[in-house]
Design a protein around this ligand. Structure first.
Ligand code: PLP
Length: 407
């Protein structure tokens, strides 16, 4: 665990927000590299499927096309040609008109979350977040010290309309949410949008898992619903939509985007200027070459087929080993199975140590709860490992549960 107290007494202390954070993500990334440990913890893609040769070819093509411009500092908002390409993609997906002014290219969607925090949050501001919540978003906003309220998708809880009015923004991952894998139905999206518009707040729609539709289609985004409802020439609605190439191509490009109305795009660009001047124009130019051709489409098809088999293998192994103590739904997309304990004696924070002793890891639910109190579930990743390794991982988890309950 991260120690934030190990500064020397002669030097000024670290900033206060560090006392409320953790290095869980770093731990998971490093455990993923230990050959003796089966990691079902990190949200990592199957790296053996990465299109290395196509990226090499796209890199040559990008350097031939852009020359030294690809190696320069870039415009804060990103490579204009890639902004145009993303605007065209969003226009097609929403059946509306988006232009480059609606697009900010970011260093992964993760940076979009960080910049939204910088632009919208003052200490103590309220965020209404889908619960449980993506750990990376909680991490990104921790230095801004927000308060959290649960997003009630039924909109029926007493006082929820007032909560929305008091919020700086709503945060949701409607497609195959991290950590639960839940696909929010279209009716729920439309109802939330209406409530957000009525409350006069912002809505952050984080959509990294859109390409990973394993069963059926995800359907329109909340941004698409808003675009259709407005019908204005230029998008001026409350949705800040985050996308990325991390799941459809490779995370190493670190190419993501925010789609929003032009004024807040300018504010986000202002915040980005003091964060990193600009994202890498080099990887943006390579990304452009990749998405202009057929590479992304082929990569998504290959990845989805592999992930479907992996998800099914994990769920079959879990049905054989973990059903006495856990329940879950088979996720229709994304990268995770969310397992809820049905046995009253299970605290997944405590189970974690036993799992590590059996050389297997998962993410305990507490890290997805802003208050850290949810200790009855765990997130299992099914994309990183092939089916036989997942089956062995689940057998190790079963041993860990038995060992834990016997202790
Ligand atoms: C919900 C969610 N948002 C954002 C991200 C960050 O994605 P990127 O790799 O584009 O920074 C992830 C990463 O897995 C995620 O799960």
């Amino acid at each position: 665990m991260l120690s934030t107290a190990d500064h020397t007494t002669e030097r000024p202390p670290y900033a206060a927000w560090l006392r409320s954070t953790n290095n869980i993500t770093q731990q998971f990334l490093s455990l993923g590299n230990r050959p003796d440990v089966i990691s079902m913890a990190g949200g990592l893609p199957a790296s053996e499927l990465y299109p290395v040769a196509a990226v090499e070819e796209a890199t040559r093509a990008a350097l031939a096309r852009w020359g030294s411009q690809a190696l320069e500092y870039g415009p804060v908002e990103g490579l204009p040609a890639l902004r145009d390409a993303i605007a065209a993609r969003i226009s097609a997906a929403t059946d509306g008109l988006f232009t480059r002014e609606n697009i900010l290219l970011t260093t992964g969607a993760m940076q979009g979350l960080d910049l939204i925090g910088k632009v919208l949050l003052d200490p103590g501001d309220l965020v209404v977040a889908q619960f449980p919540t993506y750990l990376g978003a909680l991490d990104a906003w921790r230095p801004r010290a927000p308060r959290y309220a649960r997003l009630d998708w039924t909109l029926g809880e007493p006082g929820f309309a007032e909560t929305l009015r008091a919020a700086k923004f709503v945060y949701a991952v409607p497609n195959y949410s991290n950590p639960t894998g839940v696909l929010v139905p279209q009716q729920g999206r439309r109802a939330l949008l209406e409530a957000v518009v009525a409350a006069g707040t912002w809505l952050v729609e984080d959509d990294p898992y859109l390409p990973l539709q394993l069963d059926g289609s995800a359907g329109p985004s909340i941004l698409a619903h808003d675009r259709a409802a407005r019908g204005t020439e230029r998008y001026d609605g409350p949705v800040l939509y985050l996308g990325t190439l991390s799941k459809s191509l490779v995370p190493g490009l670190r190419v993501g985007w925010v789609v929003a109305e032009p004024k807040i795009i300018q504010m986000l660009a202002l915040a980005k200027q003091s964060t990193d001047l600009s994202s890498s124009v080099f990887t943006q130019s390579v990304a452009l070459s990749l998405i202009e051709g057929t590479v992304e489409r082929e990569q998504v098809a290959r990845t989805v087929a592999a992930y479907r088999a992996r998800r099914d293998a994990l769920c079959a192994a879990a049905a054989a080993s973990l059903s006495p103590w856990f329940e879950w739904e088979v996720p229709p997309g994304g990268m995770f199975v969310w397992m809820r304990a049905t046995h009253p004696g299970i605290d997944t924070n405590a189970l974690y140590a036993h799992a590590l002793a059996e050389n297997v890891t998962f993410v305990p639910s507490s890290v997805f709860d802003p208050s850290g109190e949810l200790r009855t579930a765990m997130r299992l990743n099914f994309t990183r490992n092939p089916p036989d390794v997942l089956a062995e991982g689940v057998r190790r988890l079963e041993r860990a549960v038995r060992r834990y309950l016997a202790a």
